[in-house]
Design a protein around this ligand. Structure first.
Ligand SMILES: [Zn+2]
Ligand SMILES: [Zn+2]
Length: 368
C-alpha cells in the first residue's frame, strides 16, 4: 500500500514523499497515525548524530487507530485507539525479568537496528531503497506497520496528541524523577533545559513534592513555561552562572539536579551544582559522540552520584497508561507542552521552531 512519510535517505536530507508499505505480517499491526510528536532525537537522527543511520523514516512518538492486524495478534483489534511504545520489550530477557524493560536486550536487533521482529523492514522508496523503522516506530508517516509489543491501547476519549508525547517526552522527564531517582518529598531540585523533557521533569518534581523546583534555561520564554508548570524559581543561564546560582538559591546546591539536555557542558554543570551527597540525573542525549570528564575528587570526596536515566526507566505497560490517567485526573499538564501543531509537510518548519526554542513540543497532526 501507499503512504506519505518523512524520509531521510542520507544525513541532513529530509523529504516528505510517498513510499511503499507492506501489509502487517505475523505479530504486526497497521496503524493509521493521527499524531506524531517532534522530538530532538528525530532532529539529531536526521543529522546522523545518533546511533541509527539513514535511510529511514523518522518519528518515534505517535498515536493513532489500528487499521488492520497480521496473524497472531491478541492485544489489539481494528478500530482500537493506541499509542506507540518505541521500546517494545520482550519481557523475557534478563533485563526485563529484573524489572528493567527499558534496557531489554532485544532492542539491539529491533529498536536500535530499525528492524521489526523478523529482522526486516516493511518500507521502501519508489527507487527501491529499503527504509529502516526508526526506533521500530517511524510514526511520521500517515500509516505504519508496527510490532504488537509497540501497541499501548488508549481509551477513545484520549487526545492523540497527548498520547503521542506521553510515550517519550513525558515519560522521559517524569520517569527520571519518580522512577529513576525516586526522589523523596521535600527534596530540593533543579532542572536544566526546559523543552518537552525538562518541562516534564518540572512536573515530575512537583508530583514528587520537591521544594524548591528551580528551572534553568537560556530562553526567558521557556522559563516562563516552567513557572506555569510548577517551577518555584528560574535561572537564566545566559545571564548568570547556573552552578553558582543554584548553589546560592539552595544554600550549597540542590539535592537533585536533572539534566534534560545531556551535552558535556550541562552534565558537568549538573554534577558541579548538586550539594555534597547529592545526585545528578542525566536524561537527555545530545549526541552519542558526547564524552564528559568529571573530577574524581568531586564524586568521591563529596559523595556525589552521577546517574543516567534512559526513557525514564520506562515500564511501558505500567507507566504509559498511568501517565495518561494522571493527565486525565489533572495531575499532569501534558497538553500544556503542546505549543504548536503542524502538517506532515511542515516538518522542516517544526524542526526549525524546536531548535529556536519557539515550542515546548510540536506535534504533527494527520488528517487522513
Ligand atoms: Zn522522543
Ligand atoms: Zn527483554
Amino acid at each position: 500500500m501507499r503512504t506519505r512519510a518523512a524520509v531521510v535517505r542520507e544525513p541532513g536530507r529530509l523529504t516528505i514523499e510517498e513510499i511503499e508499505l507492506d501489509p502487517p505480517g505475523d505479530g504486526e499491526v497497521l496503524v493509521a497515525m493521527k499524531a506524531a510528536g517532534v522530538c530532538h532525537s528525530d532532529l539529531h537522527t536526521l543529522r546522523g548524530e545518533l546511533r541509527m543511520q539513514p535511510p529511514l523514516v523518522l518519528g518515534h512518538e505517535g498515536a493513532g487507530v489500528v487499521e488492520a492486524v497480521g496473524t497472531g495478534i491478541t492485544r489489539v483489534a481494528p478500530g482500537d485507539h493506541v499509542m506507540v511504545n518505541w521500546l517494545p520489550a520482550d519481557e523475557t530477557c534478563p533485563s526485563c525479568l529484573r524489572g528493567q524493560p527499558n534496557l531489554c536486550q532485544r532492542f539491539a536487533s529491533t529498536t536500535f537496528a530499525g528492524k521489526l521482529l523478523d529482522g526486516t523492514s516493511r518500507m521502501r522508496t519508489d527507487d527501491d531503497v529499503e527504509l529502516k523503522h526508526y526506533l521500530t516506530a517511524s510514526t511520521m508517516s500517515e500509516r505504519m506497520v508496527l510490532m504488537e509489543d509497540s501497541m499501548i491501547p488508549i481509551s477513545d476519549d484520549t487526545p492523540f496528541d497527548v498520547a503521542a508525547i506521553t510515550a517519550c517526552a513525558v515519560v522521559t522527564g517524569v520517569g527520571a524523577v519518580i522512577n529513576t531517582a525516586k526522589v523523596p518529598a521535600g527534596s530540593s531540585a533543579a532542572v536544566i533545559g526546559c523543552g518537552g523533557i525538562g518541562l516534564s521533569m518540572v512536573q515530575g518534581c512537583q508530583l514528587a513534592g520537591c521544594n524548591p523546583i528551580i528551572a534553568v534555561d537560556v530562553l526567558p520564554e521557556k522559563l516562563a513555561w516552567a513557572t506555569e508548570l510548577g517551577a518555584t524559581h528560574t535561572v537564566d543561564a545566559s545571564q548568570a552562572d547556573p552552578v553558582a546560582a543554584l548553589q546560592e538559591l539552595t544554600g550549597g546546591g540542590p539535592d537533585y539536579v536533572f539534566d534534560s539536555v545531556g551535552s558535556a557542558g550541562t552534565i558537568s554543570q549538573a554534577l558541579s551544582a548538586t550539594r555534597p551527597g547529592g545526585e545528578a540525573v542525566i536524561a537527555g542525549l545530545h549526541s552519542v559522540m558526547s564524552e564528559v570528564s568529571v573530577f574524581a575528587a568531586s564524586l568521591i570526596l563529596q559523595n556525589k552520584t552521577l546517574r543516567g536515566s534512559f526513557a525514564g526507566s520506562l515500564r511501558p505497560r505500567v507507566d504509559l497508561p498511568m501517565l495518561i490517567d494522571m493527565w486525565k485526573a489533572g495531575r499532569l499538564q501534558t497538553d500544556k507542552l503542546i505549543t504548536k501543531t503542524y502538517a506532515l509537510d511542515e516538518l522542516a518548519q517544526a524542526f526549525e521552531d524546536m531548535e529556536a526554542g519557539r515550542v515546548a513540543r510540536g506535534v504533527i497532526a494527520f488528517d487522513s
